[in-house]
Unconditional design. Structure first.
Length: 417
């Protein structure tokens, strides 16, 4: 395991890690940066001629793969089952391209978000805050592993299916290549190239999801750490004043300076986190509207394939079931962390209420105004939306799944008729 880890770190050393703002960015984004690098989508490494050549080759391979799929759909598809099968694969790929293009257009925003926790100098010195940071880092890593594990398991089933089905020459998805590849001499070559292209296309989709999840959890962590800072502001300021009671502290000039200075820093940090969240909301809103619409169709189509594949082949049933699972999980993690951002942004208000303001600190000059300012900002939770139409939350996610299920029942009824 140590050897494999060393090899992995050696072959995925990306300039993005060298340009990291510090420990916090590296801790939350290291795995994502490495996966992005190995998949050929790291913009930080384009100064290297060989990596740029590799990256452009990957992009060309994916583009050719998608064109071949579209060509097949418009020239050979005839039955409802084939249309659904082609659309199901193409939808997730097209949406990944759309999301990636939008991400590239706002690359500076994502870089700012990745460095925000380090640059804003959030206080993570106490054991509680260290535990909070560690908790969210582990959460990020766990969900990333779950997503990659489910994605790779789905790929393995897709790769195996053409080799065990009843068709002598078959590929994982329908493609038109312009040559007759259904021959013993050509099929192994075409199948291998097609598998490589499909593999890179699938990883392109997973990289998009991994980047989005990492940024969302990073924001959640910042809110939870800041809430703890607000809640324990008196305890943090008291450390330099041993032996004095709260009443004595409030009357102490130096304590008042320390408290007001720290409160001003926390207010500024809260303002910056809110600004970063609003910037992220603007950048993800349009692509997520398309993602939500596409996901509703994908869940419906994948459910249709699962229902119809059960009577045909167990392997195809297992393949389509995994694909359905990935589509559900992909949208779930985005809605899950967007919902958590809303909850944690509201929690700042609760933390402020429990900060010990009633001990007399509110009588200090400027303290009451700042407390009211933060409370006013935190009273309106930040809601991330898809195009400003639907909220990205677990409640919206459950409604979308219900809608997709209703559409699935209609499709199945049409098929039986």
């Amino acid at each position: 395991m140590v050897l494999l880890t060393s090899v992995w770190r050696a072959i995925t050393h990306t300039k993005a890690l060298d340009d990291s703002s510090g420990e916090m960015e590296t801790s939350f984004f290291e795995t994502v940066y490495r996966i992005t690098y190995i998949a050929g989508w790291s913009n930080s490494d384009h100064n290297s001629f060989f990596y740029k050549l590799y990256s452009n080759t990957v992009k060309l391979l994916i583009a050719t793969f998608m064109v071949a799929e579209l060509w097949y759909m418009f020239t050979f598809v005839s039955t409802l089952d084939t249309v659904i099968e082609q659309l199901n694969v193409l939808l997730i790929q097209v949406m990944a391209v759309f999301r990636y293009r939008y991400m590239r257009m706002h690359e500076h925003v994502y870089k700012k978000l990745a460095t925000s926790m380090q640059i804003s100098k959030l206080d993570t010195s106490t054991p509680t805050r260290k535990a909070l940071v560690e908790y969210w880092m582990k959460k990020s890593e766990t969900y990333l592993k779950l997503m990659l594990g489910l994605g790779n398991l789905t790929l393995a089933a897709w790769f195996a299916f053409p080799l065990v089905d009843d068709i002598e020459y078959n590929l994982t998805v329908g493609m038109r290549l312009g040559v007759d590849w259904r021959r013993p001499s050509r099929y192994p070559i075409v199948y291998t190239i097609h598998i490589v292209a499909f593999h890179y296309t699938a990883f392109f989709i997973m990289v998009n999801d991994a980047i989005m999840q990492a940024h969302l959890i990073h924001l959640v962590c910042q809110y939870t750490v800041l809430a703890d800072c607000f809640e324990n502001i008196l305890d943090d300021c008291e450390k330099e004043f041993k032996g004095l009671s709260r009443d004595q502290l409030v009357r102490d000039r130096r304590f008042r300076e320390v408290y007001i200075s720290r409160l001003g820093l926390l207010v500024e940090q809260h303002k910056k986190i809110l600004m970063h969240t609003m910037e992220l909301r603007k950048t993800i809103s349009p692509p997520m509207l398309g993602q939500v619409a596409a996901s509703s169709l994908q869940i419906c189509f994948a459910g249709y394939q699962v229902a119809t594949a059960l009577t045909m082949s167990f392997i195809k049933f297992f393949m389509t079931l995994l694909f359905l699972g990935y589509n559900l999980f992909e949208l779930f993690i985005i809605c899950r962390w967007c919902d958590e951002i809303k909850i944690q942004s509201e929690n700042i208000n609760n933390a402020l209420y429990c900060s010990g303001w009633e001990c007399g600190v509110a009588t200090m000059a400027g303290v009451r105004t700042r407390l009211m300012l933060v409370a006013t900002r935190a009273s309106k939770p930040l809601v991330l939306t898809a195009g400003g139409i639907t909220e990205l939350s677990l409640n919206s996610y459950s409604n979308l799944v219900k809608t997709s299920y209703s559409a699935l029942t209609v499709l199945l009824r049409l098929r039986h008729e």
